[in-house]
Structure formats: C-alpha cells, structure tokens
Design a protein around this ligand. Sequence first.
Ligand code: AMP
Length: 590
Amino acid sequence: MSSLIERFDQLALSLPLLETLKEIGYEAPSPIQAATIPLLLDGHDVLGQAQTGTGKTAAFALPVLEKLDLTNRRPQALVLTPTRELAIQVAEAFQGYARHSPGFHVLPIYGGQSMGIQLRHLKRGVHVVVGTPGRVMDHLRRETLSLAELRTVVLDEADEMLRMGFIEDVDWILEQTPPERQIALFSATMPEPIRQVAHRHLRDPHEVKIKASTATVETVRQRYCQVSAQHKLDALTRVLEVEDADAVLIFVRTKVAATELAERLEARGYPSAALHGDMTQVLRERTIEQLRGGSLDILVATDVAARGLDVQRISHVVNYDIPYDTEAYVHRIGRTARAGRTGDAILFVAPRELRMLRAIEKATRQPIERMPLPTQEAITGHRLAQFKQQLSDVLTSQDLGFFQEVVAEIEREQEIGLHDIAAALTYLAQRDRPFQFEDAIPIEVERAPARPEREAKPAGRRERPPRDSARHSADFDKVRYRLEVGHQHGATPQNIVGAIANEAGIESRYIGRIEIHDDYSTVDLPDGMPKEIFQHLKKVRVRQIPLNISRLDGLDPSAKRPPPKRAVSKNKAVAIEIETPTRKARKRTS
Ligand code: AMP
C-alpha cells in the first residue's frame, strides 16, 4: 500500500472529526485508514483486505460520518457484521467518532434482542444501521427497515460471514440496496466466494491491502501472551515482575493511552514515563535521555514518537496494543537488540487478534512462541528469590556492625529470639510490596489453555467449513434437537451454526454435531436452554425456513421442569443460563 498520507489533517475530513480524533488520542492514520479513507470519500467502492486490529472500523466509519446528512433520519449507511458482538462494537465506535455530531443516531440490530426496541428506534429514525445479516433480512422482509436513502454499505469481516453461512443472505441484502450506493467490503482473507460477491456487487473496486513487509529479526526472541483487554494491565505487571529486563519500551496506540498507562504503572510502583507526539521536542529528548542514562527504566510510547528510537539499554519491547501491520511490528521490535545485543519482544494478543499474530509470523518468517501468563506463585517465588539475593548481597558488601548491636539490644531488652526478630524484619521489608502477589486476574484465566487451533490459523489459508459430523466442539452436556430444515431446503452446517450462534448467543464451539437429512437436521446444543431462547429459535430462519426447533427426545424445554443436574453454566463460555429453577420435566404427548 503506497500512501503519502501521514497525518489525519491531510485527509479531507471536517474539523469536528479531526478534533474528535485528537481528543481520542489518535496520532496518525493507520495504513489501512490512509489508503481507504480518501477512496471512500471520493465515492469509490473498496475491497479491503484487513483483519481486526488494523484500524479498519475507523477506515469506513470516518468517511461514512463525513458524508452523512444529519437532517435526513433514514438510514444512509448499513454495516453488516457476522456477530452481534461485532455489531455492538462497531456501533459504539461510530458513536465515539460522532461525539461532535449532535443528533447522530446509530442502531445495532441483531438476533436475540427484542424486536420492539429495534422497531421503536427505527421508527424514530437512525442514520447508520449496524446489523447481523439474519436480523437485517427480518427487518427488510417486514419492511421495517428502509434502504431507499442508503449511500454506503459496509461488509465487515466478510470471510467470517462466509464461514458462518451468511453469504447468500448478504447477497440477498445487497440486491435490496439502491444501485448507486457505494460498497466497502473488508475481509481478512479473500476466498473465492467473497471475490464473487465483490464481482457481483462492487463497481470498479479499488483494492486495498496491507503491505506485508518481510524482515528477519533473528536476534530478538519473540513471544506472545494471550490476554483480553480487561486483564492487560495486570498481565503487564506480571511480565514486568518476572522478566529480567534492563529498560522496557511499551507500545500503545494512542497518546491518551500512553499517558494513562504510564500513570497507572507509576501508581502500581513501576516508575514510568510516556513518549508521544504531543510532547515538546525538548521534553521528548529529555525523556529519552533519562532512559538512556538509566534513571528511567520503563517508557510507554506511541509508534510515531518512537520512530527511530535508538537506546541500547532497551532489553524488552512490549506490544501492549497490537500493531496495525507487520511493518509496524518489525519497526517496534527493532527498538531492542541494538548494537549487537539480543532482545526480547512480547506481544499481547486478544483472542480476536490471533490472525494478526499469524500474519506477523508469516511476514517475519519466524514463529512467535506462546508465553503463558506468569502465575501469582511464580511472581511470589520471584520476589522471594530477589529478597534472598539482596540479603546475601548486603551480608557480603556492607559493614553491619551497628545493626548487629541493634539486634542484640532488641534480643536482650525484649527477650525475643533471633528467629522472631528476623521474621518481623522480613515482614517490614516487604510490607509496601508484599511477597505474596495478588491481582485481579481470575485463576481460570491465568491457567487458560491455548485457544482451539481454529482461531489460530495463519491468515490467507482458506477456512474449511465445518463438516456435518466432524465438527470439533467443546465438551459439554448435550441435548439433541431437531430442526425443520434439511438438504432439500439448501441448509448447510454453516447456515445452522451461524443462525444459532447469533440468535441464541451460543458460541459456535458449543454448537455440537450437526447432521443434515433430507427434510430436517439435528444439532447438539448445551443442556438447559432457557425457554425464551428455545421459543425464539423456533422462529429463526435458515434459507427462509423457520427452524421450528424441537427436542429429539420429545421433552419440551419451554414446559416447566426442574433444572437439570449439571446446568449449562458449568461451561463458563456458554452464553445461555438456566433462568427458572422451578421448571418441571414433562413428556411431550405427541
Ligand atoms: P479495529 O481494527 O478497527 O478493530 O481497531 C483496533 C483498535 O485500534 C481500536 O481500539 C481503535 O480505537 C484503534 N485505532 C484505530 N485507528 C487508530 C489510529 N489511527 N490511531 C490509534 N488507534 C487507532
């Protein structure tokens, strides 16, 4: 991707948007933004190959907001996402970027949420709709969503929509849009069916692809730690505790994040400073000098501010926020292992960002080793070992005559044994920084096993759709259900997984074996489905046919029955829970 755009003010964005970006702390457009925003502002269709973490949401949200007519309260942009979580996240991003656009309305619509709420909002008028294909189709069929004024359609994570069996739905939705609308299609990979959708619906699309720079970084030991956003700070603390580091450079995405993280580290007893583009040159240089001279050990920086930084003491680079592309990654980790030394690079990745991790491995042609989160016991052990070392250092290097007299005096006057005195002194020595380390990371997260391989495939490899009987699902108490769609209706396992995952909020790994028969299918789902979800799933459609779900054993989950012995909630990741503990089992008489 060749782009000469390095600053947001080089893009034709209006002042309120530029002001917002400044407030949020974005320093510079990410590569996908620099390439895509001008094209979308110019009215072109875009085929963008980009995964989560590249900044693709702002790449389409900013031009959409720029072109909105706020006086027109019929949807002017429609964003289709594969999951409800992404729909909500994208809608929130829009809301955030539109903070200086009073009266702006964005509505996420997805299965599982009450139709009533969505209808009320749609009636009141919205500018942008972000939704999952199933629910968007529902509204279009009921004519509760008008696409007459639509100017832009965005397909976000198109390959995920394909994997979840939504691609025909997407095709159908696109057919309902006005012919002159603009389309931006984003996908981490470009399998043939996605190219076909692009071919059918996009006009003369400009392709945007993130440059994959290849570089060897043999002197840097690269590791990654899988951690969700909410546990990042605790994870960082743990890493700082156990790594044998000289100086540490931590990368974040925004100026605001740099300042905030440096402050939070300070508050936890790790002296740190921020380095970002809003600081004066003098202050920046002074901070770098402190790092170089050893009076500062932890620096939290943005990419822009750390460009070309050359401090030999940097033994560790921590990618606290994942970089936008492999080029940025290579630059970041190149800040360590300077002047013939070796260095360590640690990358924090959320489960959703695993694809970027694989793309980086591919580009650097080196595996990035998984690093388990250091455990609380490991940190306690580390602190104890440090203390013991300090003790023996003091014993060999200090004249302790005066202090020995003090101890002897305490022993004499207070009649306390040497053991007790030593224990009390040890306690005092660690009071401000207790040996027994504790933080807010729950034990199960700390010990979480590796994610299933399915999420960790290298970018670019074609996803294999789940097969009828060979799906790898989690271990859970299952109940087999019958669905009234089968081969003759064109149902596929992907359609079924997609519909159930989105409409019932059940993670796809908890959707078990699927068998497609001629005029019906069966699927294994976790035991203990709440009756509301069961009733809702009856109405959910696959290939336009209502699933009309029923239990294969004839029991009716919507009848009152006692809770099963092992409730679904045993599996923490299952989103559904038993709601009425008084349900009674009842045999269906039919
Ligand atoms: P996305 O790839 O759209 O999911 O964005 C990933 C993260 O990057 C989000 O937390 C955004 O807020 C952040 N982000 C997007 N663009 C920028 C930018 N230009 N500067 C800093 N952070 C950004």
